[in-house]
Ligand binder design. Structure first.
Ligand code: NI
Length: 456
């Protein structure tokens, strides 16, 4: 039996991880160090934070491991600041109880522990859910994570899981990890901006950490910090529009989706014997936690490489398109108006000999940059960003900021129709010579119906 942790006891010498975004990540508890050393946490090194976005922004090779450390570090800095300036002893119900620190740090570190390779697409095909898996990893007595957490006390893993599930009773802790301005978003916006090489995500984190404060209902910001919070909202909006919703990354995502869809079909057809490696339990729709924890980006790549040589022409072609970065390309369309044209475009593609089930896709990406809490409309527990005046009174952000008001409650994004790139790439004539009249008809349709051409 291993010794229980005394979480009030700090490491004699703190450990640090060098981090390009935060300088150093400071580890002060043996518990945190032991969590980082578990095999489930180390696995996050082998999963890219941004999935297919690295095909658009080649610098974006950073992992879920570095993001998780970053969220931990921001949370740690916030706890330090809260206990120094806003302890319960000083502030009463508005204050911070530092006994909450360790549960907040663990939840911050583990909030993405259930993510797998290419999560978004993987979940759509195999029906997994990373939030549910995070909970299972934390609660299952088999995992090293659980065994480490249980050394704090028997109820502790449940406590950490409840923060991630938003059911933990202290709203300050829940909102630090998950709200419209939380340590998770503060880290990923800055980290993703850094590694993609764009400047949009670069809001003033130092200033935000200076003006953030606890309140009775959760987290608030001192009123004089309003412009730093505005800047964060605008950064977030721009990162979504320019990076997360990039049409080429989405093209890679739909190509991957079609590839896995084809593989799933062949797997269940007895005349093919499709090698699926570590994905087998997922194709069988019966997987254990351990099966899930064996997956990483490399396991997926191994399958794609095997499939590239498969005798099914659709599977091998799609695997090649993914591995060699030849994504499906898109036109932007107006839903409710352009569908008849899209049907026509689909029929042209079919006429050219493509199976549209695997070679076309609709993709919509929408985001709500910011919203205030609408009591009759929103789920209870949804929060808004609040500013606190020196007298303790509160104002909701969009009421105080015209800039934020202009983005509030407005959904932004677009819908695209994806097709093989040879239909849209006039410079690659040799690839399309076989069905050139069809390609011309396709492009004429796009022009005449004012559907927006790619690269827009
Ligand atoms: Ni995260």
């Amino acid at each position: 039996m291993t010794r229980p942790y005394d979480v009030t006891e700090l490491l004699p010498i703190e450990k640090v991880f060098r981090d390009p975004v935060h300088g150093y990540i400071h580890i002060q508890h043996q518990l945190i160090l032991d969590l980082i050393d578990t095999k489930e946490f180390q696995r996050l090194r082998r999963i890219k934070q941004l999935g297919t976005a690295s095909f658009t922004f080649h610098g974006a090779e950073h992992s879920r491991f570095s993001h998780s450390l970053g969220v931990y570090e921001i949370t740690r800095r916030i706890c330090d600041k809260f206990v120094r300036n806003f302890s319960v002893e000083k502030e009463g119900a508005d204050g911070w109880d530092d006994n909450e620190r360790i549960v907040a740090l663990c939840a911050a570190l583990l909030h993405d522990i259930g993510h797998g390779p290419y999560s978004h697409t993987f979940e759509a095909i195999f029906g997994t859910d990373h939030e549910d898996l995070s909970t299972r990893i934390i609660l299952s007595p088999e995992t090293e994570i659980h065994q480490v957490l249980a050394r704090v006390g028997p109820g502790f893993p449940k406590k950490v899981a409840s923060v991630i599930q938003h059911t933990y009773p202290n709203p300050q802790v829940v909102q630090l990890i998950s709200s419209q301005i939380d340590a998770d978003r503060m880290d990923y916006l800055q980290r993703d901006a850094y590694f993609t090489g764009v400047t949009y995500g670069a809001f003033d984190l130092t200033r935000i950490l200076r003006v953030i404060r606890p309140s009775k209902n959760g987290i608030a910001f001192q009123f004089q910090g309003m412009h730093a919070v505005e800047d964060y909202i605008v950064s977030r909006y721009q990162m979504y529009m320019q990076v997360y919703f990039h049409r080429v990354s989405r093209g890679m995502e739909v190509t991957l989706d079609r590839l896995l869809k084809r593989a799933k079909k062949l797997y269940h057809d007895p005349q093919y014997s499709l090698p699926v490696g570590l994905l087998e339990p997922f194709f069988e729709e019966s997987f254990t936690l351990n099966d899930y924890l064996r997956l990483d980006d490399g396991a997926m790549t191994t399958c794609f490489t095997m499939w590239q040589e498969h005798h099914d022409p659709i599977l091998s072609d799609l695997a090649g398109r993914f591995l060699d970065r030849r994504p499906l390309k898109s036109v932007r369309f107006t839903p409710g108006k352009d569908e008849p044209v899209l049907k026509k475009l689909e029929s042209i593609i079919e006429e050219a000999g493509y199976d549209t089930e695997y070679y076309t896709a609709y993709n919509s990406s929408y985001d709500l940059p910011y919203d205030f809490y609408r009591p009759h409309h929103d789920k209870p527990g949804k929060t808004q960003i609040e500013l606190m005046y020196p007298d303790g009174s509160i104002v909701e952000l969009s009421e105080a900021s015209e800039l934020v008001k202009s983005l509030t409650g407005k959904i932004r994004g677009d819908e695209r129709f994806y097709v093989p790139k040879e239909f849209l790439n006039a410079s690659k004539r040799e690839e399309i010579s076989l069905f050139e009249p069809l390609v011309e008809e396709f492009n004429r349709y796009i022009r005449n119906n004012a559907i927006i051409h790619p690269d827009n």
